[in-house]
Design a protein. Structure first.
Length: 337
């Protein structure tokens, strides 16, 4: 009996030492390669799924010991979703620690000032961040809009143009729209607002969107804002081409006389005052321009065909400027034909 007990104990000890050596050899063996491999870990992925992804990318070998290691060490419960650039040649424990501590790869997506929500949907859809149709439906979903703290019919004008950092498999349509609107609200709170302002926030955002679309030269924004304020105060129609274009379905790029006479809510050649909502998503400078416009007696402006405008006080002066710069533009067109 003593001999049996001794050999049984010896056998168990040998097995235990063998298991330790078997496991320790795995833990101590580095992977192959010396570069970096991109791994995308989806939301909700368990250790088994992550192991399969790592094996597929050649970071580790297909071995059950990885699952055992992940259960033994705390890093195995701290693996995050996202896209990671994982160095090759790491030992299994180093792989787990890297994935537990690493920050996912961030991509910068820039939304320029003056884009409509339809154009913004295309910007994010270009690299498959969003489904453009789902994005646009959210931008017009009243329940969702109210959950963001806004009481408007559409999020046009409230998607703040900026460069955003996004992480793969951590972004969807709702998140993108939410961060853009939250950024608008944050910027709006930072702006200095005059005490005697008579327009509502929605009207100011609408006017800022018109200023954004009309401005070619950045320093002219406050002056263009003053023109529209002067016209509004005098009861004159704004007569802004961009507003009219926004109200045209499937605009082909050619604004006609019939377009200028069409009765749409956005045709400021027909309606008096501001259109019902923004025509694009303006940036901070446009908001500052409508909050702090220049003090002028200007009522008109015309493009000088170089990104800037000629401003006039009287219709007679404006007509002369239109004649001058339209002729100049026509001559350029003829020379380029």
């Amino acid at each position: 009996m003593r001999s049996f007990f001794f050999f049984s104990l010896l056998f168990c000890l040998v097995v235990a030492l063998g298991a330790v050596a078997w496991f320790g050899l795995y833990v101590a063996t580095p992977g192959e390669g010396d570069g970096q491999v991109t791994v995308v870990i989806p939301k909700g992925a368990g250790v088994r799924t992550i192991k399969t992804l790592l094996v597929r990318q050649g970071i580790i070998k297909d071995d059950i010991r990885f699952l055992i290691l992940a259960r033994v060490v705390k890093e195995g419960t701290q693996l995050k979703a996202g896209e990671f650039r994982v160095p090759q040649g790491l030992r299994p424990l180093e792989v787990l620690r890297f994935l537990a501590q690493a920050k996912p790869v961030q991509y910068r997506v820039t939304v320029p000032e003056g884009l409509t929500m339809f154009q913004i949907a295309k910007v994010f859809a270009r690299d498959h961040w969003v489904d453009p149709q789902k994005f646009l439906k959210l931008c017009q979903n009243q329940e969702f809009i109210q959950s963001l703290g806004l009481t408007v019919n559409s999020l046009e004008g409230y998607l703040f143009p900026e460069t955003y950092s996004l992480v793969r498999d951590q972004v969807d349509e709702k998140m993108v729209v939410t961060i853009m609107v939250n950024r608008f609200l944050e910027v709006w709170e930072q702006l200095e607002k005059p005490e005697n302002i008579s327009l509502t926030r929605h009207q100011l955002v609408t006017l800022a969107s018109i200023v954004e679309k009309e401005t070619g030269s950045a320093e002219e924004r406050p002056r263009i804002a003053s023109v529209f304020y002067n016209r509004l105060n005098k009861g004159m129609r704004l007569q802004s081409d961009p507003t009219t274009i926004y109200g045209i379905t499937n605009f082909n790029g050619n604004l006609t006389r019939a377009d200028l006479q069409a009765e749409t809510p956005y045709n400021t050649y027909v309606i008096t005052g501001l259109p019902p909502g923004p025509i694009c998503n303006p940036g901070r400078a446009a908001f500052e321009a409508v909050l702090h416009p220049e003090k002028t007696s200007l009522y008109y402006f015309v493009s000088k065909n170089n990104g800037s405008h000629y401003f006039s006080t009287t219709l007679k002066e404006h007509n002369r400027a239109v004649n001058t710069y339209q002729k100049s533009r026509n001559r350029k067109k003829i020379r380029h034909k």
